[in-house]
Design a protein around this ligand. Structure first.
Ligand code: MN
Length: 202
């Protein structure tokens, strides 16, 4: 997994790799503005404020997540989760689907792409409260779906995270209100499968 290094002792807010309105109508520019520009920024600022004197200064974010505890872990985990989340999207596409080795691995693990999508959305819908649904690869490259509560990330169980859906209400409430299943089902249109495949094949 690519390492995210602090610069002069501070982590930076990731830049979105697309325009704020690029994901509409699946995710509105307003939701992105709050989610990236307010929620994620707060996690970045909180972690930066907690780093001095913690003994974790100058470590990559991925190692902070493995070593931090309490509030530091929550903020570091949320930064890692959101960096993976926001960087996996692109403009909506019809018939959006993975190809190549990743598509083959999805078929092996879940039977078909359709069965995978159904299982993944179910993981997000049935996660009680706030958290994240994840597709990850284990050490043998086998794909698994997990539910992680709050700020947790699959790296904490030795998995390599590939794809995620944020089921915190801040991710969808402005656009979908209480309709989490509709939001999660719509996200398939904007997954940039080249990004996910690169995470799998690295
Ligand atoms: Mn979020």
């Amino acid at each position: 997994m690519k390492k995210t290094m602090p610069k002069e002792g501070k982590f930076e807010l990731m830049e979105l790799p697309y325009a704020p309105e690029a994901l509409e109508p699946v995710i509105s520019a307003q939701t992105l503005g709050f989610h990236h520009g307010k929620h994620l920024l707060t996690y970045v600022n909180n972690l930066n404020a907690a780093l001095p004197g913690s003994g974790l200064e100058n470590l990559p974010l991925e190692e902070v997540v493995m070593k931090a505890q309490g509030g530091m872990l929550n903020n570091a985990g949320q930064i890692l989760n959101h960096n993976l989340y926001f960087s996996q999207f692109g403009a909506p596409r019809a018939n959006n689907a993975p190809a190549g080795l990743l598509a083959d691995a999805i078929d092996v693990a879940f039977g078909s792409f359709e069965a995978f999508k159904e299982a993944f959305v179910k993981a997000g819908v049935t996660l009680f409260g706030s958290g994240w649904a994840w597709l990850s690869a284990d050490e043998q490259g086998k794909l698994v779906i997990t539910q992680e509560p709050n700020a947790a990330n699959p790296v904490q169980h030795g998995l390599r995270p590939l794809l995620t859906m944020d089921v915190w209400e801040h991710a969808y409430y402005l656009d979908y209100q209480n309709r989490r299943p509709d939001h999660l089902s719509a996200l398939w249109q904007i997954i940039d499968w080249d990004v996910v495949a690169a995470r799998y094949e690295q």
